[in-house]
Design a protein. Structure first.
Length: 315
């Protein structure tokens, strides 16, 4: 406990220290010293004062609210409210968004300069907020714009104070992180095909019941599926089924079938907006009756446009 005389002595020491520091700040500023900033000297002064008068470490930070106007997506601005965001010296630390990676980490995704994160939390990866504006009861920041490799999920935030204290994870009820979307044409290797064998020769993508099959490079480079059926003497018909099953928030947003006579089910473009779909590509191969040597060979083409979280596999 401070007695009256001890308290006076401590106050005099504090006043002398503050006077010294502010004189130093003025001299440094006047001389244009670049190595030592005013903020750094102020922090040193605060630490020295706490060493003299015995500043106590504040309670752990607590997040109580995410402002409803916050935009929880890459590049979005968020405002957190709570208590004890600053340490005893008036310094702040970091505010982080915590996201979990997808369960599937296999092949089949669009990747473009994936962002390197700064740390891993107990249940996810920490993405520090940028452009911080900080107070003891509120912090404003923006979510990094180049977050990749995560799916839509509930958002969780933490305050990591400069003195080492950490808030409990705060997951606002019903607040969803919405991942950046990217687009791709589904490759042939990622579609399941049930190929009709009703014609005399049949081929769907890389599978064929004759040899050698037509090379894939013969066909359009951006197609998900193609069917080739040949009838030599009589008209033949059938249905080829192309099935797609995507994961991790990916969906089929567009199916386009090249308009070819005697191909398809009358639909040239649809937008299913679902992760799983089966496309029925009906066909009719009709030889030329006036020329018996002119067989009926039919080629049908379809592409699947897909969309999903950036940097996340679709299978």
């Amino acid at each position: 406990m401070f007695g009256p005389s001890a308290m006076v002595r401590a106050m005099l020491r504090c006043g002398a220290l503050l006077a010294t520091v502010f004189i130093c700040l003025t001299l440094f500023a006047g001389a244009g010293a670049a190595a030592t900033s005013t903020a750094a000297l102020s922090a040193i002064a605060s630490a020295q004062l706490c060493g003299i008068v015995g500043c106590q470490k504040p309670p752990a930070p607590v997040i109580t609210l995410l402002n409803p106007a916050s935009v929880v997506q890459p590049g979005g601005a968020v405002l957190l409210r709570g208590t004890n965001f600053m340490d005893a010296n008036g310094n702040f630390g970091k505010a982080v968004l915590i996201l979990s990676p997808p369960a599937s980490t296999g092949a089949g995704f669009v990747s473009r300069n994936p962002w390197t994160v700064s740390g891993v939390a107990s249940f996810g990866t920490q993405y520090p907020l940028e452009n911080l504006r900080w107070g003891d009861t509120a912090v404003y920041g923006t979510i990094p714009a180049n977050i990749a490799g995560v799916t839509d999920q509930l958002a969780t935030f933490e305050i990591l104070r400069s003195d080492g204290s950490t808030s409990s994870p705060f997951t606002p009820q019903g607040v969803q992180f919405y991942a950046t979307r990217t687009f791709a044409v589904l490759p042939m290797s990622d579609v399941q095909v049930k190929c009709s064998q009703a014609a005399d020769q049949n081929q769907c993508n890389g599978w064929a019941d004759y040899s050698p099959p037509l090379p894939l490079a013969t066909w359009y480079p951006y197609e998900t599926g193609f069917s080739v059926h040949t009838a030599f003497l009589t008209k033949e018909s059938g249905d080829d089924l192309y099935g797609v099953a995507l994961k991790n928030g990916w969906i089929v947003i567009q199916i386009v079938q090249i308009v070819v006579p005697d191909c398809g089910n009358g639909q040239q473009e649809v937008h299913p907006m679902v992760p799983q779909v089966t496309w029925d590509m009906g066909w009719i191969a009709d030889p030329n009756p006036a020329d018996p040597g002119m067989e009926g060979q039919l080629g049908c083409y379809v592409s699947f446009g897909i969309s999903g979280p950036f940097g996340v596999p679709w299978k």
